[in-house]
Each structure stands twice: as C-alpha cells, then as structure tokens.
Design a protein around this ligand. Structure first.
Ligand code: NCD
Ligand code: ZN
Length: 358
C-alpha cells in the first residue's frame, strides 16, 4: 500500500491505483422522506455514510423538538438490522419559530441545525419564512449557541430569472443577514454559482455543501435532445462557468466546502410529468459520483477530506474512524431502483462510473 504523502490523511491507494480506502463519509444535506419512502431510501444512505444531516421538509415539516424526536425515532427504526447510522436532525424555520424552540432543540443533543427555506422556494417550502427579518430573535440565539443556520439560498420572486435566484439571494438577503449577525454560523446549501463560491471564500463562519449533480453537469444537461426531468433540481443547474467554479472549490482542499448530496427522491412518475418535481436521487451511488468528479479533476487525494473531514469539523463533531473502500472498476448506473409502488431513477442512470464501493 502506498500512503498518500501530500497530506497526512488515512486515504490510501494500492500500488496500481485500483483501490481507494477512505474514512467513511457523512452526507451533510439529505432528504430521507418518511413512511414507506423512508424505508426504501434509507438503506442506500446507510450503506455509504455514517451520518447525515436530515432535511426537515416533510409534510407537515419538522418544526420543533417534539417533531424532530419523533422523526428521528422513525429513522432509527428504519435502519436495516445490524447497520450503524446516525441521523443528525434539523428544525424547519418558520415565521413562528421561537428562540425557546431553538434552545430546547439544541439542549437535546441530536438537533444540529436549523434550516431556512424562503416560503415557496422548493419542494414542501410553503411553510417557509416570508421575511428573513422575522427570524432575527432566533438568529440571535443561534449565533450565541454556535448552531449552524442552513440556507436554501434562492429568492422566490418570480420576476427574478430562475438562473439568477441564488446570486440575488446573496445580494438581497445574505449580505444584510451577515451584517446583522457577523458571527452566525451559516452553511449555504447546495451552492450552484461562482458568486456563492466567492461569498463563502471571503467570509468567516460560512461554509457550503456541494452536490454531485452541480459538479458533474451544467444546464445543457436539462435540454439534451429533449427535456430531461431527472436533471431538474433546485437550485437549478447553471452554466459551465459556474460548474467550473464549484469544481475548483470542491477539489481545492479548502475546509469551507464539503459533501452534501441533496439526494431528493421523487418517484419516476412524479419526475416524468407535465409538472415534474425538483430533486435528483443520488443516495444509491453518491460517493462513486464524487470519486468520478475528483478523479476527472486529478484531485483524488482531496476526496477524503471533502467527504469525511471538513463537514464534522465545521459542525464541531468527531470525525468517523471506520473506513470504506472503493474499487476501480467500470460499472453502469442502473436505470431505476424500486421505490414504494414506483421507481427512482438514479442521477446519471445508464452512464458508466469508474469507481465502485466494495
Ligand atoms: C428538494 C426536495 O425534493 O425535497 N428538492 C431539490 O430539488 N433539491 C428540496 C430542496 O432541497 O430544494
Ligand atoms: Zn435539499
């Protein structure tokens, strides 16, 4: 075995670069859904990841500690027998969320963060915040507790072009928020633009998650000899210049950027629809998708820290100690996997990947 010498990581390759061993990663942005859908998707995540930040956008949303405790119990009950997995819970911020809600959640030890959705921005965001200033008393407490605020960073104004909504959010909402709460810990979730990368780079206490789809594809993938609903997610894929900025950020070794799949399962019929749902399903093969990205960028030595170190460091949680192994072998992403009474189409279905988890 050849130890990777550029960084003192546990990442190791075998001599012919056919095997890659890394500390088991965590997913810092995941949709697990509930009920039968939860049962169907959770085993995929458990196979790859030790922990995940679980999004609270259920119907109705996870609004307080009691909701989070009950949802956590349902997740724990759905973990396949003999497997280990730790769900890290979040609260869904609404106009009614109180500082006491946040204090109680934080005291529980299992709620790690609060998720901000602008009302109507995405799937199940209709309970979201109507004006971010309504939440200043909550942010005050979060800043003091060093509890991260997770942002869906898009404005919802239909007059703003869909491809500009992240940039406009940064200008209109994030910059003023930052001025009001300069010490507040913030994760810009699933960033999609060079503007977001730039904002994260220059501000302290701000980090970002990056999805596989935003690293692998640009907006042309949505319209490739026809409309391609399985590439539709929010925030929407952007132009190539932005993908390049995300790639550079993810593979740079900067601890402000870490893995968050935003795997967001919707059944095939709800995607392949005249009004298709937003969300890409990647829990099946997430680490392999990221490995593909890092290999193509000649940055495999940066994969482990992005996937397994920088997330827990930002959340002030211990890093995992167990390892996973990826094997260099060409394999084809399946066309679909079973999902309740339908199917899920995995991100990049039908294409080839070069690394496979053992
Ligand atoms: C997510 C979902 O389906 O819950 N969809 C998506 O396109 N990412 C919601 C979200 O994170 O925006
Ligand atoms: Zn999401």
């Amino acid at each position: 075995m050849l130890q990777c010498r550029t960084l003192s990581l546990s990442l190791s390759y075998d001599d012919k670069m056919q095997k890659l061993t890394l500390i088991r990663p965590d997913d810092w942005h995941l949709h697990l859904r509930d009920g039968e859908a939860l049962q169907a998707v959770l085993p995929h995540t458990v196979r790859q990841f030790a922990r995940a930040i679980v999004m609270p956008n259920l119907k109705p949303p996870v609004r307080d500690l009691a909701d989070a405790a009950a949802y956590r119990d349902r997740i724990l009950a759905a973990i396949p027998a003999g497997k280990q997995f730790k769900p890290l819970m979040t609260l869904y911020l609404t106009d009614q969320t109180s500082p006491e809600d946040v204090l109680a959640a934080q005291a529980s030890g299992f709620v790690q963060a609060v998720k901000y959705y602008p009302a109507g921005a995405t799937t199940n965001a209709e309970f979201g915040v109507t004006d971010i200033r309504n939440c200043d008393p909550v942010f005050e407490v979060m800043q003091r507790l060093e509890m991260p605020l997770l942002l869906h960073g898009e404005v919802t104004d239909k007059a703003v072009d869909i491809f500009d909504r992240e940039k406009v959010f940064i200008e209109q909402q994030l910059m003023p928020l930052r001025q009001r709460f300069p010490q507040l810990k913030v994760v810009m979730e699933h960033i999609t633009t060079a503007d977001a990368v730039e904002f994260v780079l220059v501000h302290d206490h701000i980090a970002a998650t990056i999805t596989p789809q935003h690293l692998l594809y640009n907006r042309n993938s949505l319209f490739n000899r026809g409309i391609r609903p399985h590439f539709y997610c929010l925030p929407i894929l952007k132009r190539e210049r932005h993908r390049q900025a995300l790639l550079q950020a993810a593979t740079s070794g900067n601890p402000k950027f870490f893995l968050g799949t935003d795997s967001a399962p919707h059944s095939r019929d709800r995607k392949e629809n005249a009004c298709g749902c937003a969300g890409c399903f990647s829990a099946l093969h997430a680490i392999e998708l990221y490995a593909e990205v890092f290999e193509n960028a000649n940055a495999l030595d940066k994969l482990e820290a992005f996937a397994s170190f920088y997330g827990p460091d930002f959340y002030q949680l211990p890093r995992n100690t167990e390892q996973i192994t990826l094997i260099k072998t060409s394999w084809r992403i399946p066309d679909e996997v079973p999902f309740v009474d339908s199917q899920l189409v995995p991100l990049g279905a039908g294409s080839e990947l070069m690394w496979q988890m053992a």
